[in-house]
Design a protein around this ligand. Sequence first.
Ligand code: MG
Length: 304
Amino acid sequence: MASPYTVIDERFHRLTLGTATLETLWTGGRWLEGPAYFAAGRYLVWSDIPNNRILRWDETDGSVSVFRQPSHHANGHTVDREGRLVSCEHLSRGVSRTEFDGSRTLLVDRISGKRLNSPNDVIVKSDGTIWFSDPTYGIDTDYEGDAAASEIGASHVYRYDPATRECAAVATDFAKPNGLAFSPDERLLYIADTGATHAKGGPRHIRRFSVASDGRTLAGGEVFATCDAGLFDGFRVDVHGNLWTSAGDGVHCYAPDGTLLGKIAVPEVVANLCFGGPKRNRLFICATTSLYAIYVQTAGCRRP
Ligand code: MG
């Protein structure tokens, strides 16, 4: 089997495993997104957006089952500080949380009285606040939600505080904000812009912001990396601050200094990925119709 690795910078050797191969864990979806790993339960959930379902892969036996259907056309997911599933939903046009008793709470679906577009991807900061992107993909067509006009008329990134229920825009100069992730120390926030889907020559990059000491506002926003194959959608950061991002030809890895270190080839267009497994050293990759995985020589950044 040909190696899946393209080494562009020697540092990539120390982040990957020469003998690790890309494994296909499951196939049969339409557009997979939003992987989130639950260490306590040893399972992974992810979205199959057009099929309006959330799937679950069981690490103990490799089986795959339906976790939730209908899923409100859920897209990105994350795990909050207490271990609960937090989900972006195209159909409810909001962000939900699955509680310990299994019930679903819609946390936020409006800003200043207007409905959100279709929350796409989400992360939780160590202070419990929920940061999410709100492009229009889930209201552009009936394929991934219900087609509708944007009430806001723009696509922003928001910070929602579950303690106060306050929601505020933190970045308002994006075409189509998408994946997002903090640096390990949370001083930096990276946000992808997939605006090229709607405008020829539009953004296909990840921007880097510095997070103010109050933890609520952003500054900067320079382009950190531009995608050379398709688009950056969802991505994650490892313990060293390297970015592992989805792209059209697989997974790309960037050093914190912005250097493209290498790529992992994946046979389908990748939309999102996450670290998981007991050591958080396995990349789970959602790529169009299939779920893939590969072990790496680093671990996902996760604050205790
Ligand atoms: Mg996305």
